[in-house]
Ligand binder design. Structure first.
Ligand code: DAH
Length: 334
């Protein structure tokens, strides 16, 4: 028996079966067992050792055959991810990677930002963990003033708290530069509210502040009018109602014509035709003085709006909690 010939036969038989494996007609285990298994062709060749005349040479040839086939078989497991599957079904549709999208609140925030950037506002930021001074005191909330009770504050320690609104950024912005100041400040705010359809202990606001010489209430009205038209459509109207905030005087609550019924009256606007979207006013002289601005020279306006509320109105979302539940079916609609 010629060991060289035998080795060649096994090799060419391996090539044949490799084709069958690649066509899906032979599975990996069967291929491996046929040649390298305990009762495989290579083991069988070794067992015929006594029939070969030059046993040392036969050992060498069979060993190198074994190594060669082992290497080939191993490379198959590396290259074929599902070496065990019988058939590769090329007609199966591919798996589509799940592309993420921006969260609808982020999307809304960016839309609002873009409108104000186009009007010349710059971005400002401030801390979410804040001191009483920036969140209340400097904004003209005197200690023990009842206006503080409108904010259900999370206290951290001493006079450190979680900011209840983005108005703290007004103070940081003014303290860090001289007028003119024209900024918007988006970010998270915290209040000790029980979650329901319109409340959440974490929510987002965008603050706006413009301080310069001769800033008037008329400019505030014009800016807000342009803003709501850009956001909700050209037909949207604004309405200012007198209100109170410690840091603005006069203060107003601003309504827009209902985005659902366009002012006719519906469930969303409780038949009034109007929807409140933000608080605004002329910066109180006490606030300007608290940051060292001369309130005889400078005046300004400010306003603050809830981003989730805008998103709910814009997209007809009935419950605030949907934003935080991470239900992909909800999120991927936007
Ligand atoms: N900070 C107020 C709030 O959270 C909203 C607000 C009202 C902001 C009037 C302002 C403003 O800048 O002028 O309820």
């Amino acid at each position: 028996m010629d060991v060289k010939k035998l080795a060649e036969e096994i090799k060419s038989s391996f090539q044949e079966e490799l084709k069958n494996f690649e066509n899906g007609n032979l599975n990996f285990e069967d291929l491996k067992n046929k040649f390298l298994g305990r009762k495989g062709l290579v083991a069988d060749a070794f067992s015929q050792m006594r029939n070969f005349t030059d046993k040392a040479l036969a050992g060498q040839i069979l060993n190198s055959l074994k190594n060669e086939l082992t290497e080939k078989v191993n490379s198959l497991t590396e290259n074929t991810s599902s070496a065990k599957t019988k058939k590769l079904d090329l007609s199966l549709p591919g798996r589509k990677p799940n592309a993420g999208t921006l969260h609808v609140v982020t999307e809304t925030q960016r839309q609002i930002e873009d409108i104000f950037f186009a009007m010349g506002f710059e971005m400002a930021t401030g801390p979410q963990v804040e001191t009483d001074f920036f969140n209340f005191e400097s904004l003209n909330f005197p200690p023990d003033h009842p206006a503080r009770e409108m904010h259900d504050t999370f206290f951290v320690e001493g006079d450190v708290l979680l900011r209840t609104h983005t108005s703290n950024v007004q103070i940081h912005a003014m303290k860090s530069q001289e007028p003119p100041v024209r900024v918007i400040a988006p970010g998270k705010c915290y209040r000790n509210d029980t979650p329901d359809a319109t409340h959440s202990p974490v929510f987002q606001q965008i603050e706006a502040l413009y301080v310069d010489k001769n800033v008037t209430f008329t400019e505030l009205k014009g800016t807000l009018d342009a803003f709501v038209k850009a956001l909700f459509g050209k037909a949207t109207k604004t309405r200012f109602r007198p209100s109170f905030f410690p840091f603005t005087e006069p203060s107003a609550e601003v309504d827009v014509t209902c985005v659902v019924c366009k002012g006719k009256g519906c469930n969303v606007c409780k038949q009034t035709g109007w929807i409140e979207i933000l608080g605004a006013g002329m910066v109180d002289p006490n606030v300007l003085e608290a940051v060292g601005y001369d309130s005889e020279i400078y005046s300004g306006y400010a306003f603050g709006l809830g981003i989730e509320r805008v998103a709910m109105l814009k997209y007809g979302i009935p419950d605030l909690r949907l934003f935080f539940q991470n239900d992909i079916r909800f999120l991927k609609q936007f």
